[in-house]
Design a binder for this molecule. Sequence first.
Ligand code: FES
Length: 224
Amino acid sequence: MRFLSETKVLACHELRREGARRWLRLEIAGLGAASPGDTVLFSEDGHSPRCRIATVDRFSGGRATLVAKFEADDLAPAAGDGLTVWSNENPAVSVGAGSLIVTTPAFLYRIAPFEQCGAEVFVEDAGMDLWQDLRRRVESGLAWSSVFLALEPVRLQAFAAEFPDANPYLFANMEMSCGIGACRSCHVTVSDNKDGEASCRVGPWFALQRVNLVRLQFASAPFI
Ligand code: FES
């Protein structure tokens, strides 16, 4: 169920900066509900007409830490600023104990919080043969009730070719604008709904077998 909270920024710190981007950690108060790893959307009161995306890093008693990517020259929220924060409506699936999530070092800031929910996070290292490593782990008896892939679409196509019988979920990393399903900027092309699905409403996880991976390749944002 969607929640919408009027929150206040308690503090804002820069986590890292790379080229034209920077990643900010926002401490906020007044969030109604959330779990670590959740993707939430927010708008800065009086700033930008478009929404931004953040990951819930921690949540306790209405206080939360969010991590969000900004452009280097964007005005950063300051202590005392208001943020309107909302969630998607119907998470298609939940990540928790028994889940394996595969991702890359650059995207780990959005995935690592799921470890607090009991998920195992597997990070692809440079020089690693990811598919061989996964196969070895499955053959050695390490199995999971569900597999989640937070990887670039081209890597998802390679996964589907390597493991044709697997039915993982993919992370659709989409640029968003309205955050309420109205502008179609974040729609994912799926096989069972000709209108597609708005990632801001039901994402970010989608069953890989439903998704047109070629279209996703051209629509999704880089995993950084
Ligand atoms: S951001 Fe507008 S439809 Fe999702």
